[in-house]
Design a protein around this ligand. Structure first.
Ligand code: COA
Ligand code: AMP
Length: 630
């Protein structure tokens, strides 16, 4: 029987959302099935699958071994950084995860405890996540490109019982010693973990602190395998910190049941993948895309996932992505547009791509930022396969809008993020919270309740959750993105409505960078804006006004500022430019006009804001910024 198409599926969800999700929940093994699909009276806006009991690790690993997939590859680690390719079968994954969970349990980790994972792209990062899930412990993975201070903020907030880290990460041309960064972070944090397990890598071994640090492999080898611990479906699976508008990161919480159901369902509905298929998400386990589509969703669905330690270019060349696809028979590749732009720059005619047999590759999915149509069309022409841009956020955990290979909807609409996934009612709203006409720009909002897998709240911060997302438009979740929904239902995400910027697919807070700049002793006031960049989409640009009487070379100050952001936030901020200016444009009430500054820097036309204090400054800024851009 033919599968129903997108329109029928979306209509079925709209008509009976709870039945629809009950149906989707059949893809998961329950210890106790949910008593209802949804409890509107629980939590901040309701909770999915109340009364259920399950284990996410069982669903991602054990059940596939029990069903005869033990010899199938679960994880293929492909590391051009170390010239290694290693396969872990489902049976091997089960054995390692069970023993790692045993080692963690022996060190006191139990259901509900938090565990921080600070790891590069090695299979042990995924194993650590699964071992936490096995114990019902709550992991929080911190991306390796963050500095010690950011890691410290996450340790302080999550209060982990144990930290798992690797001795080092490998970036082209340099080895990053993770352990000293972790040591500094633990020193900075008021909360101290009970212990640290260190995965020692060949490239650089870490020195262990006696009494606190232990060798991971030795601990794992000596441990007894631990069974899966039953957890409530509404218990948390993980916390993933993401940038908000202030320096304090938001702890996005994900629960077990909703996450398992929605992610399992998405593999077929969105990506068109079946058990046994190979999927590759070229991202990092430190980001939500990595959590969902490097680790959990492919494994929940019994697929093989490729875990790649390398870059789209330079490891060794712009053909790497195509080599990996051909070598491992990847059916669906998922990455960020910035990676495709990097490849396009080095291999504009696709000569490297043409060297590989990509007959097994069926589609390319993109997310992390809006894919610019020229990039989407370029890669589509070379691959001759669907290239699907889909829109999502750390908060949602899976695509809000997409093309749907499982539902026969993958016609390209370059510039659009596709149509709403069943589960999401997406609307563009005006300032009063009323839907605007099709094709008109508004604030993109999702009608409550959010579907399963979306955040039920922020960790220890229900009020911040309400304030940040639910209060602007009562009855809706405010995505923080602006855009439109056209007459056919395609959603076009155009920009953020807050101070968040997207640098190489990484979400960063300009507010956090401003806090760092403002901490410099010579800086009186500052602004950071995201300006256009042909490779990374956006990059931050800092502008500072010095305190009266400071006599220092501008270049000295900017060097200090670049170093400070790298030290406090991390290299991932890609903060490479700052300039000293005499004054910043402000409203009469003193608010810096960041949006106007960004438009001037990007050479876009702008309206002189009626509330501006002194309009003459704009001409001054135009001259300065345009000189800098040249
Ligand atoms: N650990 C430590 N440092 C890291 C790191 C990690 N895991 N990841 C990145 N960095 C460092 C980089 O080495 C770089 O340092 P540098 O300033 O000394 O050069 C800095 O952080 C910025 O990294 P990035 O923005 O990734 O730029 P890049 O120049 O290394 O690579 C691209 C550019 C486009 C090739 C790369 O950004 C890319 O492939 N991005 C994919 C985006 C992605 O996966 N997004 C996730 C959402 S889908
Ligand atoms: P993150 O939480 O890091 O995944 O970043 C989420 C933000 O990235 C979104 O709110 C958007 O601003 C942007 N984003 C992600 N994917 C897309 C996309 N396909 N189109 C447009 N913007 C996107």
């Amino acid at each position: 029987m033919a599968e129903p198409g997108y329109d029928a599926t979306y209509a079925a969800w709209r008509q009976h959302p709870e039945n629809w999700w009950t149906q989707a929940a059949r893809g998961i093994d329950w210890i106790t099935a949910p008593t209802a699909p949804f409890d509107a009276s629980a939590g901040v806006y309701g909770r999915w699958f109340p009364g259920s009991v399950l284990n996410t690790c069982h669903n991602a690993v054990d059940r596939h071994v029990a069903a005869g997939r033990g010899d199938q590859a679960a994880i293929i680690w492909d590391s051009p950084m170390t010239s290694r390719v290693e396969t872990t079968t489902y049976s091997q994954l089960l054995a390692r995860v069970a023993k790692l969970a045993g080692a963690m349990a022996a060190r006191g980790v139990a259901k509900g405890d938090r565990v921080i994972i600070y790891m590069p792209m090695v299979p042990e990062a995924a194993m650590a996540m699964l071992a936490c899930a096995r114990l019902g412990a709550v992991h929080s993975v911190v991306f390796g490109g963050f500095a010690a201070a950011e890691l410290a903020a996450r340790i302080a907030d999550a209060e982990p019982k144990l930290i798992l880290c690797a001795s080092c990460g490998l970036e082209p041309g340099r080895t990053i010693a993770y352990k000293p960064l972790l040591d500094t972070a633990i020193d900075l944090s008021p909360h101290k973990p009970g212990g640290v397990l260190v995965w020692q890598r060949e490239a650089l071994a870490a020195t262990l602190k006696p009494g606190r640090d232990e060798d991971w492999l030795a601990a794992e080898s000596a441990a007894e395998p631990h069974p899966c611990v039953p957890v409530a479906g509404t218990d948390p699976l993980y916390i993933l910190y993401t940038s908000g508008t202030t320096g304090k990161p938001k702890g996005v919480l994900r629960d077990n049941a909703g996450h398992a159901v929605a992610l399992h369902n998405s593999m077929r509905m969105i990506y068109g993948l079946q058990p046994g298929d190979v999927s590759w998400t070229a991202s990092d386990v430190g980001w939500v895309v990595g959590h969902s589509y490097i680790v959990y969703a492919p494994l929940l669905a019994g697929c093989t996932t490729v875990l790649f330690e390398g870059k789209p270019v330079g490891t060794p060349d712009a053909g790497t992505f195509w080599r990996v696809c051909a070598q491992h028979g990847v059916k669906v590749l998922f990455t960020a547009p910035t990676a495709i732009r990097a490849i396009k720059k080095e291999d504009p005619e696709g000569k490297l791509l043409a060297q590989y047999d990509l007959s097994k590759l069926e589609a390319l999915f993109l997310a992390g930022e809006r894919c610019d149509p020229p990039t989407q069309l370029w890669i589509h022409a070379l691959l001759g396969k669907p290239v699907v841009d889909h829109w999502w956020q750390t908060e949602t955990g899976w695509a809000i809008t997409s093309g749907f290979r499982g539902l026969g909807l993958f016609e390209m609409h370059p510039g659009s993020g596709g149509k709403a996934s069943p589960g999401y009612d997406v609307q563009a709203l005006d300032e009063a919270g009323q839907p605007v006409a099709p094709g008109q720009i508004g604030s993109l909002a999702i009608k409550l309740p959010l579907p399963p897998a979306c955040l039920p709240t922020l960790y220890k911060a229900d009020d911040r959750f309400r304030e940040s997302y639910l209060e602007t438009f009562p009855g809706y979740y405010n995505t923080g993105d602006a855009g439109m929904v056209d007459a056919e239902g395609y959603v076009w995400v155009m920009s953020r409505t807050d101070d968040i910027i997207n640098v190489a697919g990484h979400r960063l807070s300009t507010g956090a960078m401003e806090e760092v700049l403002a901490g410099h002793p010579d800086v009186a006031e500052c602004a950071v804006v995201g300006i256009k960049d042909s490779l990374k989409g956006q990059v931050p640009l800092g502008m500072v006004v010095l305190k009266a009487g400071v006599i220092r070379d501008d270049s000295d100050i900017t060097r200090d500022l670049v170093r400070l952001v790298r030290e406090k936030i991390g290299p991932v901020a890609a903060f490479k430019d700052a300039m000293v200016v005499q004054r910043l444009p402000k409203t009469r009430s003193g608010k810096i006009l960041r949006a106007t500054l960004r438009k001037i820097a990007d050479g876009e036309s702008y309206a002189v804001p009626p509330t501006i204090d002194d309009p003459t400054i704009l001409t001054e800024m135009e001259a300065t910024l345009q000189a800098l851009m040249r």
